[in-house]
Design a binder for this molecule. Structure first.
Ligand code: FMN
Length: 186
């Protein structure tokens, strides 16, 4: 069966280049990995008091159920002030609780990101990879993925129009699929 990948995008804005990137990766993964986009914008700010008898608010329960169904996790995120956007860190915190019932444990995972600037989220991903390990995910180390985004690399429907960019994205997808397969329980 095709493994399901929970995809979290670290930007909430409608015109997000990282959401465009995530959809382009999803198209290239068709038949190999099934992308399931996970909403994180409706999660409240993390507050331990919001757990009632081990249950969180409705968006948190939906979020954790979606992660439980996933075989792997893909994080596609911008860099904010050389760090990981707060909305994504907030999602990490909800997923990590209640204590002993983390949604992240042993999930094969990968991260990538795009920015209009030259370093393409590299600074944020240094923090992000450390967080992924702390949370108990098993991140793919290589290939690294930092994209200096140019609008003419992508069509409106998510197709990658630039051959070199498409080759780079396809290589990342293939490596991630192999990483997920290697860690799959048999
Ligand atoms: C609060 C904030 C902080 C930012 N900090 C960085 C940064 O540290 N490095 C960077 O390359 N771009 C930075 N940017 C620019 C983002 O890369 C750019 O807005 C990008 O389009 C955001 O991703 P999105 O299109 O997926 O929302 C920042 C943008 C915002 C709004």
């Amino acid at each position: 069966m095709t493994p399901t990948v929970a995809v979290l995008v670290g930007s909430l804005r409608a015109g997000s280049i990282n959401r465009t990137l995530a959809h382009a990766l999803g198209k290239l993964a068709e038949g190999t990995l099934a992308f399931d986009f996970v909403e994180i914008g409706d999660l409240p700010h993390y507050n331990d008091d919001l757990w009632q008898d081990g249950k969180g608010p409705a968006p948190v329960e939906r979020f954790k159920a979606q992660l439980a169904r996933a075989d792997a996790v893909l994080l596609v995120t911008p860099e904010y002030n050389r760090a990981v956007p707060g909305v994504l860190c907030n999602a990490f915190d909800w997923g990590s609780r209640p204590y002993g019932r983390s949604s992240w444990d042993n999930k094969p995972a990968a991260c990538c990101g795009a920015s209009p600037g030259a370093i393409g989220t590299a600074a944020a991903q240094v923090h992000l990879k450390a967080q992924m390990v702390t949370l108990g995910m098993v991140p793919m180390g290589k290939p690294e993925f930092y994209l200096a985004f140019k609008a003419d690399q992508f069509a409106a429907d998510g197709r990658v129009t630039d051959d070199s960019t498409r080759g780079f994205l396809q290589g990342f997808v293939n490596a991630f699929a192999a990483h997920v397969e290697r860690l799959r329980p048999h």
